[in-house]
Design a binder for this molecule. Structure first.
Ligand code: P1T
Length: 379
């Protein structure tokens, strides 16, 4: 089955009791058992819920994976993956990643004796310097949030295998429509479903997809023990969003290209970070491992002054100033004070997240209106 067919059909059957074509919202906490331990596969909704099962199977199919697991937030999924680690273990993570991921690693898991190295993943030799016998995970976000760097998943997978570490890829920015990391050798894919996958800014949720049965068992144990599981209504909303993921992503990519090119040609814009430009430092990797460049981009206004960035933000009418991304409506963010505020200034500036950096999540509106909005605000 190809992507669009899977988005609409994978894991989804008409309800056997009524024929309802849409997956029912099983709004129930528990399930009646005929006798102790004689049940229909469902005992308690923290552990399993039929609406969640359908979503998990659908997500696994979209990522060309075997197993899907859903969590109440993207951070809940990241938390569960990090709980696979033990004191003394080390993780090599990209130095440009979502501020919340940096925060949970440095403020929560480092307290439990896990060591994190944040490194540029532009070339494998510099990553390998930080890998040793204690390294249990290589953590990749690609495209990175917010600098839109691209990391070579195949190369990182080979490195992880060489050291018997797990390769985790946060695939939130690309979505499975643009990139399927398991096929490139990743062991675990994680998503903030809040973003492109649900696509309508009405739900917060996360997911993990993997192939290995024993990894699934360990993750299921963590999921059930720690309990960051989503409710059935939210699972329904994500399933509903997924049915148009391919259509939305096509438009995000088309609009993204036009906006990136518009910004780059504007005399008041200094630098635009978007992997679709042929002179983006990782363009060739993006072309090889993605089937489109997406609608996320960051840029700086000439002069690199925070006041100019803030004035620009105040003049936008269609782009809303908000955290998050990947919804149908266009958003603009100021990473230094919003999504990446938890990263110390010196550290974030090293990777380019200056006080003047702005991030766009280009939506699926008419692109002429979006260009007009940006033009007015810049002028
Ligand atoms: O917000 P939540 O669903 O918990 O997902 C966390 C998360 C994980 N991974 C990446 C790459 C992310 O971008 C996020 C959340 N990011 C934002 C809220 C943002 O505006 O960047």
């Amino acid at each position: 089955m190809k992507f669009a067919t899977k988005a609409i059909h994978a894991g989804i059957e008409p309800d056997p009791t009524t024929g309802a074509i849409m997956t029912p919202i099983f709004q129930t906490s528990t399930y009646v058992q005929a006798a102790p331990a004689h049940h229909k596969g469902y005992e308690y909704s923290r552990t399993h819920n039929p609406t969640r099962t359908v979503l998990q199977d659908n997500l696994a199919a979209l990522e060309n994976g075997k197993h899907g697991l859903c969590f109440s937030t993207g951070m809940g999924a990241i938390d569960a993956i990090a709980k696979l680690l033990n004191p003394g273990d080390e993780v090599v993570a990209t130095d440009d990643l979502y501020g919340g991921t940096f925060r949970i690693f440095t403020k929560i898991f480092s307290k439990y004796g896990i060591k994190f190295h944040f490194v540029s993943m532009a070339d494998v030799a510099s990553v390998e310097q930080y890998v040793n016998k204690n390294t249990k995970m290589i953590w990749v976000e690609t495209p990175t949030n917010p600098m839109l760097n691209i990391i070579d998943i195949k190369v990182m997978a080979e490195l992880a295998k060489k050291y018997k570490a797990l390769l985790v890829v946060d695939n939130t920015f690309a979505s499975p429509y643009l990139q399927t990391p398991l096929a490139l050798g990743a062991d675990i894919v994680t998503h903030s479903l809040t973003k492109y996958i649900s696509g309508h800014s009405d739900v917060v949720m996360g997911a993990i997809i993997c192939n290995d049965d024993s990894l699934l068992e360990r993750l299921l144990f963590i999921q059930n023990s720690c309990g960051a599981t989503p409710g059935p209504m939210d699972c329904f909303l994500v399933l509903r969003g997924i049915k148009t993921l391919h259509l939305r992503m096509q438009r995000h990519c088309e609009n993204g290209k036009i906006i990136a090119e518009f910004l780059r040609s504007h005399p008041k814009v200094d630098k635009v970070y978007w992997p679709g430009f042929t002179d983006h430092p990782n363009h060739d990797i993006a072309k090889a491992q993605m089937c489109g460049f997406g609608g996320m981009m960051s840029f700086k206004i000439k002069g690199n002054k925070m006041e100019d960035a803030l004035m620009f933000l105040s003049r936008l009418k269609l782009f809303s100033l908000a955290e998050s991304l990947g919804g149908v409506e266009s958003l603009v963010g100021h990473p230094a004070t919003m999504t990446h505020a938890s990263i110390p200034k010196e550290q974030r500036e090293k990777v380019g997240v200056s006080d003047s950096l702005l991030r766009l999540s280009v939506g699926v509106e008419d692109v002429e209106d979006l260009v007009e909005d940006l033009k007015n605000a810049l002028n």
